[in-house]
Design a protein around this ligand. Structure first.
Ligand code: TYD
Ligand code: MG
Length: 454
């Protein structure tokens, strides 16, 4: 007979399951993340199901398409990241480092929803009613449709939600919730999974939108949100430097919209404020007349964002010179430096090279290549680039400048922010034609681009 209770080892970072303890997780390559947990085979994922529809296969043409109803969260930036608003019955995971502003964001959403006379329930397992009240006082006044509940017992929470059927529920955080059916500690992989399964059933069964807060931890003491990414409809990550005031909300997975969309917020005294024009925000405090700085344009989702790329090339006292890349891929930087050495005969082997994307954004788009290359050349030659010049384009291994998508949009954004010259791939230049009020310099190679501005 099969045993109903077994112990399994779970990687607390990614949820990898193993019958034996292991030092390194084969799934995510993290060390010392395995914790033994008792799994009650009968209980996992077993929840009262509201919908008992006898489903039969149907043909696609008979499926009715209805215009999905979306509820505005009151924050335009969040709505866009969600794909146009909150979808009723969706399960949204909001992940991020502790203290980044997850509770604040969701409290603001609750305030707006409750203000629109929707029933909202905020369940906190982390803070007392008083603490939440204190935070809420900074944000503003709340209507009585907004209800608070400090509870961590999953059964009690489930009954409460079923009894009141609110339109939105916030779970802060999933790592504090526990089910009596599962014997491991709150925050462990099996508890987090069980709790998410319960909320999934509730969301789909009652049509309630559920927001789950999940902390990201590096120590692996509580299970990270990666464990439940596959179970939810939408995964949002809150990023940003805790010491800087802005925060970036990024969709990593979205069943109701595009990923790669970002929302930019600023943490103020009275909660999170939307940043309508992130380019302006990112370019704040740019140095004037300094070498090694140029502005690039990256498209995040549907929106172009201008960013300052900084490079510093200095003589290195080391045998193996240092290379650092903050905000972009380290290997990409090495590749671009190799292109410069080979194609422009720029001697960099005796120099330390530091690359920084000012503002702390992380960009993976190759469209910033050209700007990185130009910033390095500018710093190496110690000659400043005109500050009203912007560059974008992908750089290939032969030093060619390749076309990128949405070039016209990038040029428009540059024009909007008062730039006078744009260095762009020749292919994009031909495609766009002339734009009034801004000089467009199409270039085919890196050498040509350097010739234009230095
Ligand atoms: P919080 O939402 O508690 O973070 P999380 O839930 O992700 O752990 O945010 C906490 C930080 O935000 C804290 O350092 C204080 C700051 N904060 C403000 O600066 N202004 C505000 O109006 C609020 C509510 C918080
Ligand atoms: Mg919190």
């Amino acid at each position: 007979m099969a045993k109903s209770r077994t112990t399994v080892f779970f990687c607390q970072n990614c949820g990898y399951e193993s019958p034996k303890w292991m030092g390194q997780c084969p799934g995510c390559r993290e060390w010392n993340t395995f914790v033994e947990e008792t799994v009650d085979k009968k209980s996992t994922g077993k929840v009262k199901d509201e919908r008992k529809a006898a489903a039969a296969p149907v043909c696609l043409s008979s499926v009715k398409m209805e215009e999905e109803e979306r509820i505005s969260s009151g924050l335009e930036e969040l709505d866009r990241v969600l794909g146009g608003g909150i979808v009723p019955g969706s399960l949204v995971l909001v992940g991020g480092d502790p203290g980044i502003g997850k509770s604040t964001l969701l409290l603001q959403v609750c305030r707006k929803l409750a203000g629109d006379s929707r029933e909202v329930l905020y369940i906190s397992g982390e803070e007392s009613l008083k603490q939440i009240k204190m935070r809420a006082a900074r944000i503003g006044s709340f209507s009585d449709q907004f209800r608070l509940f400090c509870e961590t017992n999953l059964d009690v929470i489930q009954d409460t939600i079923r009894a009141s059927v609110p339109q939105a529920v916030v779970i802060d955080s999933i790592q504090t919730m526990y089910s009596e059916n599962v014997s491991s500690a709150p925050g462990s992989v099996s508890q987090v999974r069980e709790a998410t399964a319960v909320f999934l059933q509730l969301a789909k069964g009652l049509g309630t939108s559920v927001f789950i807060v999940g902390h990201v931890t590096k120590e692996g003491t509580v299970a990270g949100p990666r464990v439940l990414e596959h179970m939810v409809d939408t995964v949002l990550y809150f990023e940003g430097d805790r010491h800087a005031s802005y925060r970036i909300l990024r969709a990593v997975k979205n069943r109701f919209g595009s990923t790669n969309e970002i929302g930019v917020f600023e943490m103020r005294e009275s909660g999170l404020e939307e940043v309508q024009n992130p380019s302006e925000f990112m370019l704040n405090g740019r140095p004037e007349d300094s070498s090694g700085s140029i502005v690039a344009c990256s498209v995040e989702g549907t929106r172009p964002i201008l960013l300052e790329i900084q490079a510093l090339v200095t003589r290195s006292p080391l045998a193996v010179p240092r290379r650092t890349a903050a905000g972009m891929d380290y290997n990409r930087v090495n590749l671009l430096l190799a292109v410069l050495e080979k194609r422009l005969h720029l001697q960099l082997s005796g120099s330390d090279v530091y690359i920084n994307i000012a503002g702390g954004l992380r960009i993976s788009e190759p469209a910033i290549d050209l700007a990185v290359v130009l910033a390095v050349v500018s710093s190496a030659r110690d000659r400043a680039i005109d500050e009203k010049t912007l560059a974008f384009g992908e750089v290939g291994l032969s030093g060619e400048v390749r076309a990128v998508s949405q070039a016209a949009q990038r040029v428009q954004e540059a024009k909007k922010l008062g730039f006078t010259t744009v260095i762009l791939p020749q292919a994009c230049r031909e495609q766009i034609g002339d734009v009034k009020g801004i000089r467009l310099c199409g270039v085919r190679t890196v050498a040509e681009a350097v010739g234009v501005i230095l």
